[in-house]
Design a protein around this ligand. Structure first.
Ligand code: PGA
Length: 253
Protein backbone atom coordinates (compact mmCIF):
# COMPACT_ATOMS: atom_id res chain seq x y z
CA UNK A 1 0.00 0.00 0.00
CA UNK A 2 1.28 3.45 -0.84
CA UNK A 3 1.34 5.53 2.29
CA UNK A 4 0.92 9.27 1.86
CA UNK A 5 4.07 10.99 3.09
CA UNK A 6 3.66 13.08 6.20
CA UNK A 7 6.01 15.91 7.15
CA UNK A 8 5.61 17.78 10.43
CA UNK A 9 7.49 20.84 11.62
CA UNK A 10 8.29 20.94 15.32
CA UNK A 11 8.89 24.58 16.19
CA UNK A 12 9.92 23.72 19.78
CA UNK A 13 10.23 26.83 21.98
CA UNK A 14 10.50 29.25 19.08
CA UNK A 15 8.32 32.03 17.67
CA UNK A 16 6.24 34.68 19.36
CA UNK A 17 2.68 35.07 18.16
CA UNK A 18 3.61 37.65 15.52
CA UNK A 19 6.56 35.60 14.30
CA UNK A 20 4.40 32.51 14.14
CA UNK A 21 1.78 34.34 12.07
CA UNK A 22 4.41 35.49 9.64
CA UNK A 23 5.88 32.01 9.26
CA UNK A 24 2.52 30.36 8.81
CA UNK A 25 1.46 32.86 6.15
CA UNK A 26 4.65 32.17 4.23
CA UNK A 27 4.17 28.40 4.62
CA UNK A 28 0.56 28.50 3.47
CA UNK A 29 1.66 30.15 0.23
CA UNK A 30 4.61 27.91 -0.43
CA UNK A 31 2.79 24.69 0.42
CA UNK A 32 -0.51 25.25 -1.36
CA UNK A 33 0.24 22.55 -3.92
CA UNK A 34 1.93 20.04 -1.63
CA UNK A 35 1.10 16.40 -2.24
CA UNK A 36 2.37 15.30 1.17
CA UNK A 37 0.37 15.69 4.36
CA UNK A 38 1.90 18.59 6.27
CA UNK A 39 1.66 19.53 9.93
CA UNK A 40 3.15 22.26 12.07
CA UNK A 41 3.59 22.27 15.82
CA UNK A 42 3.92 25.81 17.17
CA UNK A 43 4.37 26.56 20.88
CA UNK A 44 1.10 26.53 22.86
CA UNK A 45 0.99 30.33 23.05
CA UNK A 46 0.80 30.61 19.27
CA UNK A 47 -1.65 27.77 18.60
CA UNK A 48 -4.77 29.93 18.52
CA UNK A 49 -3.23 32.55 16.23
CA UNK A 50 -1.90 29.91 13.88
CA UNK A 51 -5.28 28.19 13.85
CA UNK A 52 -6.94 31.45 12.95
CA UNK A 53 -4.48 32.06 10.09
CA UNK A 54 -4.92 28.54 8.72
CA UNK A 55 -8.71 28.85 8.83
CA UNK A 56 -8.63 32.25 7.12
CA UNK A 57 -6.54 30.79 4.31
CA UNK A 58 -8.59 27.56 4.17
CA UNK A 59 -5.25 25.81 4.34
CA UNK A 60 -4.99 22.02 4.60
CA UNK A 61 -1.95 22.39 6.88
CA UNK A 62 -2.60 20.52 10.10
CA UNK A 63 -1.95 21.85 13.55
CA UNK A 64 -0.14 19.87 16.25
CA UNK A 65 0.67 20.43 19.90
CA UNK A 66 4.16 19.56 21.11
CA UNK A 67 3.03 17.73 24.25
CA UNK A 68 -0.01 17.27 26.44
CA UNK A 69 -0.99 16.05 29.90
CA UNK A 70 -2.82 12.75 30.25
CA UNK A 71 -5.64 14.14 32.39
CA UNK A 72 -8.43 16.23 30.89
CA UNK A 73 -8.18 18.92 33.56
CA UNK A 74 -7.10 19.43 37.14
CA UNK A 75 -4.51 20.91 39.47
CA UNK A 76 -1.50 20.47 37.17
CA UNK A 77 0.14 23.87 37.06
CA UNK A 78 1.79 24.62 33.76
CA UNK A 79 0.24 21.73 31.88
CA UNK A 80 -2.09 21.59 28.88
CA UNK A 81 -4.51 18.71 28.24
CA UNK A 82 -5.37 16.87 25.04
CA UNK A 83 -8.90 18.21 25.46
CA UNK A 84 -7.53 21.78 25.47
CA UNK A 85 -5.43 21.14 22.37
CA UNK A 86 -8.47 19.75 20.59
CA UNK A 87 -10.50 22.73 21.71
CA UNK A 88 -7.83 25.12 20.41
CA UNK A 89 -8.08 23.55 16.98
CA UNK A 90 -5.24 21.04 17.00
CA UNK A 91 -5.44 17.95 14.79
CA UNK A 92 -2.77 16.06 16.67
CA UNK A 93 0.05 16.14 19.17
CA UNK A 94 3.72 15.16 19.31
CA UNK A 95 4.30 12.83 22.26
CA UNK A 96 7.41 11.43 23.92
CA UNK A 97 9.88 13.69 22.12
CA UNK A 98 13.39 12.94 23.34
CA UNK A 99 13.69 16.46 24.77
CA UNK A 100 10.62 15.73 26.91
CA UNK A 101 12.12 12.41 27.97
CA UNK A 102 15.61 13.74 28.66
CA UNK A 103 14.97 17.23 30.01
CA UNK A 104 11.57 16.77 31.64
CA UNK A 105 11.75 13.23 32.93
CA UNK A 106 9.05 11.66 30.76
CA UNK A 107 8.87 7.89 31.06
CA UNK A 108 7.66 5.23 28.63
CA UNK A 109 4.61 4.71 30.87
CA UNK A 110 3.87 8.42 30.95
CA UNK A 111 4.03 8.54 27.17
CA UNK A 112 1.57 5.63 26.97
CA UNK A 113 -0.91 7.51 29.16
CA UNK A 114 -0.63 10.57 26.94
CA UNK A 115 -1.13 8.51 23.79
CA UNK A 116 -4.40 7.16 25.20
CA UNK A 117 -5.51 10.64 26.28
CA UNK A 118 -4.79 12.06 22.83
CA UNK A 119 -6.65 9.25 21.07
CA UNK A 120 -9.60 9.72 23.41
CA UNK A 121 -9.91 13.31 22.17
CA UNK A 122 -9.59 12.26 18.55
CA UNK A 123 -6.12 13.75 18.21
CA UNK A 124 -3.52 12.19 15.92
CA UNK A 125 -0.51 11.26 18.05
CA UNK A 126 3.03 11.35 16.69
CA UNK A 127 4.88 9.04 19.07
CA UNK A 128 8.64 9.69 19.19
CA UNK A 129 11.22 7.00 19.83
CA UNK A 130 14.98 6.92 19.46
CA UNK A 131 18.28 5.94 21.02
CA UNK A 132 21.10 8.07 22.43
CA UNK A 133 24.60 7.99 20.97
CA UNK A 134 25.81 5.95 23.90
CA UNK A 135 23.05 3.40 23.34
CA UNK A 136 23.79 3.17 19.62
CA UNK A 137 27.50 2.73 20.23
CA UNK A 138 26.76 -0.02 22.73
CA UNK A 139 24.72 -1.83 20.07
CA UNK A 140 21.50 -1.28 22.01
CA UNK A 141 19.55 0.73 19.41
CA UNK A 142 16.82 -1.81 18.78
CA UNK A 143 16.59 -2.81 22.43
CA UNK A 144 15.84 0.81 23.33
CA UNK A 145 13.55 1.63 20.42
CA UNK A 146 11.54 -1.58 20.77
CA UNK A 147 11.15 -0.99 24.51
CA UNK A 148 9.86 2.54 23.87
CA UNK A 149 7.50 1.22 21.21
CA UNK A 150 6.11 -1.66 23.27
CA UNK A 151 5.62 0.54 26.33
CA UNK A 152 4.24 3.53 24.44
CA UNK A 153 1.70 1.44 22.54
CA UNK A 154 0.80 -0.84 25.47
CA UNK A 155 -2.91 -1.52 25.79
CA UNK A 156 -3.86 -0.13 22.38
CA UNK A 157 -6.07 -2.28 20.17
CA UNK A 158 -5.27 -2.67 16.48
CA UNK A 159 -7.67 0.09 15.49
CA UNK A 160 -5.90 2.51 17.82
CA UNK A 161 -2.45 1.54 16.56
CA UNK A 162 -3.58 2.44 13.04
CA UNK A 163 -4.28 6.00 14.14
CA UNK A 164 -0.68 6.67 15.18
CA UNK A 165 2.34 8.06 13.46
CA UNK A 166 5.72 6.92 14.79
CA UNK A 167 8.71 9.26 14.62
CA UNK A 168 12.09 7.58 14.77
CA UNK A 169 14.47 10.24 16.02
CA UNK A 170 17.95 9.13 17.01
CA UNK A 171 18.83 11.52 19.84
CA UNK A 172 22.37 12.00 18.52
CA UNK A 173 20.95 13.38 15.27
CA UNK A 174 18.62 15.96 16.80
CA UNK A 175 19.83 19.51 16.41
CA UNK A 176 23.38 18.32 15.79
CA UNK A 177 23.55 18.66 12.02
CA UNK A 178 24.52 14.99 11.98
CA UNK A 179 21.63 13.09 10.42
CA UNK A 180 21.36 9.32 10.36
CA UNK A 181 22.32 7.94 6.98
CA UNK A 182 19.48 6.74 4.79
CA UNK A 183 20.63 3.16 5.43
CA UNK A 184 20.69 3.67 9.21
CA UNK A 185 17.21 5.17 9.14
CA UNK A 186 15.80 2.46 6.88
CA UNK A 187 17.22 -0.28 9.09
CA UNK A 188 15.40 0.94 12.20
CA UNK A 189 12.26 1.92 10.26
CA UNK A 190 12.08 -1.60 8.86
CA UNK A 191 12.35 -3.03 12.36
CA UNK A 192 9.65 -0.66 13.60
CA UNK A 193 7.40 -1.78 10.73
CA UNK A 194 7.92 -5.39 11.81
CA UNK A 195 7.05 -4.58 15.40
CA UNK A 196 3.94 -2.68 14.29
CA UNK A 197 2.83 -5.86 12.54
CA UNK A 198 3.27 -7.77 15.78
CA UNK A 199 1.53 -5.14 17.91
CA UNK A 200 -1.22 -4.00 15.58
CA UNK A 201 -1.51 -6.54 12.77
CA UNK A 202 -0.81 -6.31 9.07
CA UNK A 203 -3.24 -3.47 8.37
CA UNK A 204 -1.62 -1.26 11.01
CA UNK A 205 1.88 -2.09 9.80
CA UNK A 206 0.77 -1.05 6.33
CA UNK A 207 -1.04 2.11 7.33
CA UNK A 208 1.13 3.69 10.02
CA UNK A 209 3.56 6.32 8.80
CA UNK A 210 7.03 6.18 10.28
CA UNK A 211 8.71 9.58 10.16
CA UNK A 212 12.43 10.10 10.45
CA UNK A 213 13.62 13.02 12.56
CA UNK A 214 17.07 14.41 13.34
CA UNK A 215 18.79 17.12 11.28
CA UNK A 216 16.52 16.73 8.26
CA UNK A 217 17.49 19.48 5.82
CA UNK A 218 16.66 20.35 2.22
CA UNK A 219 19.86 18.66 1.04
CA UNK A 220 19.34 15.29 2.78
CA UNK A 221 15.54 15.03 2.73
CA UNK A 222 15.14 13.37 -0.67
CA UNK A 223 17.54 10.56 0.12
CA UNK A 224 16.04 9.87 3.55
CA UNK A 225 12.48 10.10 2.26
CA UNK A 226 13.34 7.82 -0.61
CA UNK A 227 13.72 4.82 1.68
CA UNK A 228 10.86 2.32 1.53
CA UNK A 229 9.94 2.59 5.21
CA UNK A 230 10.61 6.31 5.66
CA UNK A 231 7.14 7.79 5.28
CA UNK A 232 7.88 11.34 6.22
CA UNK A 233 9.91 13.57 8.48
CA UNK A 234 9.67 15.32 11.82
CA UNK A 235 11.64 18.49 11.29
CA UNK A 236 13.00 20.79 14.00
CA UNK A 237 15.46 23.52 13.05
CA UNK A 238 14.72 23.52 9.33
CA UNK A 239 10.99 23.96 9.98
CA UNK A 240 11.61 27.47 11.29
CA UNK A 241 12.46 28.75 7.82
CA UNK A 242 9.61 28.58 5.33
CA UNK A 243 11.91 28.13 2.36
CA UNK A 244 13.77 25.17 3.89
CA UNK A 245 10.64 23.50 5.20
CA UNK A 246 8.91 23.86 1.82
CA UNK A 247 11.88 22.22 0.13
CA UNK A 248 11.69 19.29 2.54
CA UNK A 249 7.97 18.92 1.87
CA UNK A 250 8.70 19.04 -1.85
CA UNK A 251 11.24 16.23 -1.40
CA UNK A 252 8.45 14.12 0.14
CA UNK A 253 6.31 14.07 -2.97
P1 PGA B 1 16.14 18.88 14.27
O1 PGA B 1 15.05 18.40 15.34
O2 PGA B 1 15.50 18.77 12.90
O3 PGA B 1 16.44 20.30 14.63
O4 PGA B 1 17.32 17.98 14.40
C1 PGA B 1 14.21 17.31 15.07
C2 PGA B 1 13.26 17.10 16.22
O5 PGA B 1 13.65 17.29 17.37
O6 PGA B 1 12.09 16.74 16.00
Amino acid sequence: MARRKFVCGNWKMHKTGQEALQLVKDLVQRLSGASAQVGIAPPFTAVAQVKWALSQARSPLQLFGQNCHHEKQGAFTGEVSALMLKDAGCDGVILGHSERRQLFGETDEGVARKVKAALAEGLHPIVCVGETLQEREAGRTWEVVSRQMRAGLAGLDTGAVQKLTIAYEPVWAIGTGRNATAAQAQEVHGQIRGLLRELGGAAAADAVRIQYGGSVKPDNAAELLGQPDVDGALVGGASLKAEDFAKIVEAAR
